[in-house]
Design a protein around this ligand. Structure first.
Ligand code: IPM
Ligand code: MN
Length: 326
């Protein structure tokens, strides 16, 4: 059986790392039927296209989406991020952003579950009297009981399936008292249904210290959209580097395709030089295989990525070395 995958290479190093991810997946023997979508900053600069509704409709019929990275310095901030990446997350209801961090040598094995459709990312707010001395800007954070609960439930279920069975809520309940109260109460209520899972709470600023000084303490972490964005860059930095950080934007209800992408961006400064490490994209493709029921191929890819001897040379040399090991 072949899986129908939409591929968005995107900008900068995106297409380079995605080519290697597809190479490694195909080397496992899993069959992919791919459809390429030329989207991102470069396409926008060429003809103004960001994400047509017709493309979104096509995607609804696919098994998964694999994305490299989008964004170019020549496009104002937000145009591609909001119009493409966040539109995908919102319109396809990819409400879980799952970001694992594994560094066996350092003893790090944690997964951040980032809420992916709410918080300050919704685009609530606006500007008044822009460009004047009396300028005002507001940017609200939206937290719904439904959105928080489905995220927290997913995180508890994941923690329950792992050997350490531990879940930490990360928030800022001492300052963001309205949103924090909703998150904390929801967390406590769902915890009552999961007696086998140990729990903890950390303020996000303290969690940053623990990420640097003692990341081994964490098993599963659940947090809101913006805290999760920041914490997962830090998670990458402390567990082998952002070149290894993978993610799945999941629709666990499976009402449509889920989307898999490396945590890193398009890195225009190193694009076209064959310098980018494709491992984050390869590991994201492994998450995709897991989600598609190809657990054996996914495990072989993860094992290959953990072998330091594969990690030398150019983008395609690393891809070849990984492909040879699966
Ligand atoms: C990420 C990225 C995105 C985010 C940007 C590009 C909109 O930083 O996936 O972490 O903030 O979610
Ligand atoms: Mn980010």
């Amino acid at each position: 059986m072949s899986h129908k995958i939409g591929v968005i290479g995107g900008d900068g190093i995106g297409p380079e790392v995605i080519a290697e991810a597809l190479k490694v997946v195909r080397a496992t023997g899993v069959s992919l039927d791919t459809v390429d979508y030329d989207l991102g900053g470069a396409r926008y600069l060429r003809d103004g296209t960001i994400l047509p509704d017709s493309v979104l409709d096509e995607w609804r019929g696919l098994d998964a989406l694999l994305l490299g990275a989008v964004g170019t310095p020549d496009v104002p901030p937000g145009v591609i991020e909001r119009g493409l990446l966040l539109k995908m997350r919102f319109d396809l209801d990819l409400y879980i952003n799952q970001r694992p961090f594994l560094d066996a040598d350092a003893g790090i094995d944690m997964v951040v579950i980032r809420e992916n459709t709410e918080g300050p990312y919704v685009g609530e707010g606006g500007a008044l009297r822009r460009g004047t001395p009396h300028e005002v800007a507001t940017q609200g954070s939206v937290n719904t009981r439904m959105g928080v609960e489905r995220c927290v439930r997913y995180a508890f279920d994941l923690a329950e399936s792992r050997s350490r069975k531990h879940l930490t809520l990360v928030h800022k309940t001492n300052v963001l008292t309205f949103a924090g109260d909703l998150w904390q109460r929801t967390f406590d209520e769902v915890a009552a249904d999961h007696a086998g899972v140990g729990t903890a709470y950390n303020h996000v600023d303290a969690a940053c210290i623990y990420f640097v000084q003692d990341p081994q303490r964490y098993d599963v972490i659940v947090t809101d959209n913006l805290f999760g964005d920041i914490l997962t860059d830090l998670g990458g930095a402390v567990s082998g580097g952002i070149g290894f950080a993978s993610s799945g934007n999941l629709n666990p209800a499976r009402t449509g395709p889920s989307m898999f992408e490396p945590v890193h961006g398009s890195a225009p400064d190193i694009a076209g030089q064959a310098k980018a490490n494709p491992t984050a994209a390869v590991l994201s493709a492994a998450m995709m295989l897991d989600f598609l029921g190809e657990a054996d191929a996914a495990a072989r890819i993860r094992k290959a990525c953990a072998d330091p001897s594969a990690q030398t040379g150019s983008t395609s040399q690393v891809g070849d070395a990984l492909a040879a090991r699966v």
